[in-house]
Design a protein around this ligand. Structure first.
Ligand SMILES: CC(C)(COP(=O)(O)OP(=O)(O)OC[C@H]1O[C@@H](n2cnc3c(N)ncnc32)[C@H](O)[C@@H]1OP(=O)(O)O)[C@@H](O)C(=O)NCCC(=O)NCCS
Length: 401
């Protein structure tokens, strides 16, 4: 097996491999989708002779980190190995090329991904950093008294009219929400790409707009003798004020002929606190972002911290050995951090997986200590780390890339 970065000539084989890895037939539609975000020089291919049998891509994106806005990260995607070539180390080669390459080139200090299967990435140092809910809300669910709504009506507007409006709102909100990603034009095209095969019996994407918020969704009809039981699939709802948030959800809840709203939601989605009966919403949690610190020192310095601390972390990192050893994190009252390699004894011992998991503030050091993953060597160190890494809200990334 050999490994090299790809070129635009590799796109057809790349798209075909990914279609097969993700259980689809190769089609022009899938190839078009891959092409929208294809960064060939940041994509690695593993070849058996001339045949592309494994791949993985790094997208050039930014993620909002605690207290410091958007910072570049390597968005890992397009990971697939051809059936018949699996469990022979092809993915391991791609992962090594990505992470060692970022380290050697001084590239993004953080990598992150959505995993198809949760067992795949911890061995490469990725920790479970953010979760999300698949929420089902009963249509027509009432709000509690006193919820303030916008005076302005929600308008459902055609796609071309909606796109510039939603882009402007998203650009305001994303830098404020830890875990949210920036959206270059290519990412918007990918997200709003709306071919028939992606609709699964539902309509094309619909867009509801307010000056301070928007919702993107599809609706699917379902007729029964007892009455209509349609579904509204909410892809994204972004609002920059509480009134716009409540008004957009009210609009979706009151959509006629719909029985259920199915939504991707943040772990701390405010909706439940608007409902008169919180049990009108049912939720099941899943993992969203897995985060990998490429270089512990560079990565920890990109974010701000919520408490002034001085802590030595004893870090294990089998896959990226330059991170192994003891690191002192010193944060000041403004939340800025200095990170230096030291010989002092650690206050906390952990794997780089766990540093990735706590990085966005979604997984608490105290939770990992309770799970036996972070080992406390100095009294109070877990509490201090938990206070320092804490964030106002749950990190939320509802964009699967
Ligand atoms: C996931 C996938 C890319 C793994 O590729 P691969 O080349 O078989 O992986 P490797 O041979 O490098 O495996 C490295 C290790 O991870 C383990 N591993 C890899 N994929 C695994 C999986 N899906 N489940 C359990 N273990 C897995 C291997 O057993 C191996 O363990 P070992 O080092 O103890 O022997 C491949 O199975 C695939 O294409 N799956 C379908 C598409 C997909 O899910 N892609 C990931 C998208 S996020």
């Amino acid at each position: 097996m050999t490994l090299r970065t790809l070129t635009t000539d590799d796109l057809p084989a790349f798209a075909e491999l990914l279609a097969s890895a993700f259980l689809s037939d190769p089609t022009d539609g899938l190839k078009h989708r891959e092409e929208l975000v294809f960064e060939p020089d940041r994509s690695h291919g593993v070849f058996d002779g001339d045949e592309l049998i494994g791949t993985g891509e790094l997208l050039t994106r930014k993620i909002t980190v605690p207290g410091a806005g958007q910072t570049p990260f390597g968005a890992v995607t397009s990971v697939g190995v051809a059936p018949g070539h699996r469990r022979r180390g092809a993915l391991t080669r791609v992962m090594r090329a990505q992470l060692h390459g970022l380290h050697e080139d001084g590239g993004e200090p953080i990598a992150a991904l959505w995993a198809s299967e949760s067992v795949i990435y911890p061995r490469f140092g990725y920790g479970l950093a953010a979760q999300f809910y698949r929420a089902k809300v009963q249509a027509k669910a009432a709000y509690r008294p006193g919820v303030e709504l916008e005076a302005e009506r929600v308008r459902e507007v055609p796609r071309e009219q909606a796109i510039p409006l939603i882009k402007a709102i998203y650009e305001k909100e994303a830098p404020l929400r830890v875990g949210a990603l920036d959206r270059p034009a290519s990412a918007w095209e990918f997200i709003l790409d709306d071919p028939e095969y992606r609709r699964h019996g539902a309509t094309a994407l619909k867009f509801a707009i307010l000056p301070d918020g928007y919702a993107i969704y599809r609706v699917r009809s379902d007729w029964h003798e007892e009455g209509p039981r349609g579904t509204l699939n909410l892809l994204e709802l972004v609002a920059t004020t509480p009134e716009a948030y409540a008004t957009l959800y009210r609009f979706l809840l009151d959509y006629d002929l719909i029985a259920t709203i199915e939504a991707f939601a943040a772990l701390d989605e405010p909706l439940i606190h608007l409902l008169a009966d919180p049990r009108k919403i049912s939720r099941s949690a899943g993992d969203s972002l897995w985060v990998r610190l490429v270089d512990v020192d560079r990565a920890l310095k990109t974010r701000r911290y919520s408490a002034a601390v001085e802590l030595v972390f004893g870090v294990e990192d089998a896959f990226c050995p330059w991170n192994a050893g003891n690191w002192r994190l010193v944060t000041d009252a403004d939340g800025n951090a200095a990170v230096t390699r030291v010989e002092d004894a650690p206050d906390l011992e952990l794997d780089v997986i766990d540093l990735g998991a706590i990085f966005l503030g979604g997984t608490r050091p105290s939770t990992l200590a309770a799970a036996g993953r972070i080992r406390q060597r100095t009294a109070g160190a877990v509490s201090r780390a938990t206070a320092a890494f804490a964030t106002d809200r749950e990190p939320s990334c509802l964009e699967s890339f």
